[in-house]
Design a binder for this molecule. Structure first.
Ligand code: GLY
Length: 431
């Protein structure tokens, strides 16, 4: 079987690394991969026509889509007439990630355990009647309603922009001043009339649960933890993820039961009732409070950097899982895991997650590879040199039966990497 993976981040590198090991796969390439992926084809990963042409002419059997953007844009329908099977959800199912309002309304309707929320369904900025006075009035009354809500909750709340925002559309606030600043920031970024929601804030330990879903069955990989803030002790700006650990050491049977009964099963019921034809990866971003699991968000893809640890610890053949999910036989699949911990540490460019330079020489990759796995992300090759080409540049991944040793291995490799202005958190793996 011939497989193509779409995307060049750390998640896609881990997918490439794992799928290359599958006995079912004869050839695997990456469309728009990074410099550390051997079989990378230089294609613009947002150019649907180029992707389709490559898959057609090269007789690709499975196209695995890494990120949500093209799924939400409808790549599944776009490729439907080709012989390539796109592993990922259709645009309708992708709304579980691409519209936070849709997702919360779905959760509430089907009894999924989640925080209470208030919708602010303003007309989108590109609505044809945007200049209409009623829309202006609606936006104003929504602002008044939002102010009331902020005051009632004393600013202790979460504000979520409705659409896809690459991790930048959520504000967790502690005060009225912070909530007002968040509203201003959101309106400056997405427009005065952007749809959004205000959610009660749940304080607890976040956990990521992800795996396969074929609409009838969910098969999870190990529970994992993602370290989102830029700085140690979870301080600083929110990022795409500065590191990850699996399995989450605090996870237990009672939490699994809570998740299965109050999140996974109602989600499947909802999908059936709404005729959401789901086939692909699923990601439940959850939080634990009072020994109960609450759903924060759905994503219709694997997490980055969680995938970099989950696939290292997955013993089973990932491609066999993908094929079973694609053919509606996920219930026949059993996933097995290594009895180890895996820890990923992200190295980022100076200035990330805001603006950062690119084109800086990266040294020490061969030395790091001697010590642990290295997955690339924002990295390009210029002549014989590896250079930075993004905010998150690469990940070192340590694996060991003991969490402490897995952490040491990831950091031993991280210390070999050198580039100007490089930064990595020193506390990945601590709880
Ligand atoms: N690690 C967070 C995400 O992939 O959305």
């Amino acid at each position: 079987m011939k497989v193509a993976i779409l995307g060049g981040g750390g998640r896609e590198h881990a997918l490439y690394w794992k799928i290359k090991q599958s006995p079912l796969v004869k050839k695997v390439v990456v469309l728009g991969g990074n410099a550390l992926m051997k079989n990378s084809i230089a294609i613009d990963g947002n150019n649907l026509e180029a992707i389709k042409n490559y898959c057609d002419t090269q007789a690709v059997d499975y196209l695995i889509v890494g990120s949500e953007t093209l799924l939400a844009a409808g790549i599944v329908a776009y490729m439907a007439a080709t012989k390539t099977f796109v592993f990922g959800v259709n645009a309708r199912a992708a709304r579980l990630e691409s519209s936070k309002l849709f997702a919360k309304q779905f959760m509430t309707k089907y009894g999924v355990s989640t925080a209470d929320f208030e919708p602010f369904e303003n007309a989108p900025n590109n609505a044809p009647n945007n200049a209409d006075n009623n829309v202006e009035n609606d936006a104003q009354s929504n602002q008044e309603k939002a102010q009331k809500s902020i005051e009632a909750k004393q600013g202790n709340l979460v504000i979520k922009y409705d659409g896809l925002a690459g991790g930048k559309g959520v504000w967790v606030c502690d005060s009225i001043a912070e909530s007002n600043k968040a509203l201003d920031e959101m309106e400056a970024r997405y427009g005065k009339k952007c749809p959004f929601l205000i959610e009660d804030k749940i304080v607890g330990q976040e956990v990521s649960l992800m795996g396969f879903c074929d609409g009838k069955t969910i098969r999870l990989l190990q529970p994992s933890v993602d370290y989102k803030p830029l700085l140690e002790d979870d301080k600083g700006a929110n990022t795409g993820g500065m590191g990850a650990v699996c399995p989450a050491p605090f996870w237990n049977e009672a939490l699994q039961k809570s998740f299965d009964e109050t999140i996974a099963q109602p989600t499947l019921k909802g999908m059936a009732a709404e005729q959401i034809d789901y086939q692909g990866f699923i990601y439940f971003g959850a939080i634990i409070a009072n020994n109960q699991v609450f759903l924060l968000e759905y994503n219709v893809r694997l997490g980055d950097p969680e995938t970099q640890v989950l696939l290292v610890n997955l013993k089973s053949d990932l491609m066999a899982g993908i094929v079973a999910c694609a053919t509606g036989k996920l219930n026949e699949v059993q996933l097995d895991f290594e009895s180890s911990y895996a820890v990923a540490v992200a190295q980022v460019s100076s200035g990330y997650p805001a603006t950062y330079p690119t084109g800086l020489l990266i040294e020490g990759i061969p030395e790091a590879i001697q010590k642990s796995l290295v997955f690339g992300a924002g990295i390009k090759r210029v002549h014989q040199e590896c250079q930075t080409n993004g905010g998150r540049v690469l990940y070192t991944v340590g694996q060991d039966e003991l969490l402490e040793r897995a952490i040491q291995k990831a950091y031993a490799a991280a210390q070999e990497i050198k580039f100007e202005g490089q930064f990595y958190r020193k506390d990945i793996g601590s709880f």
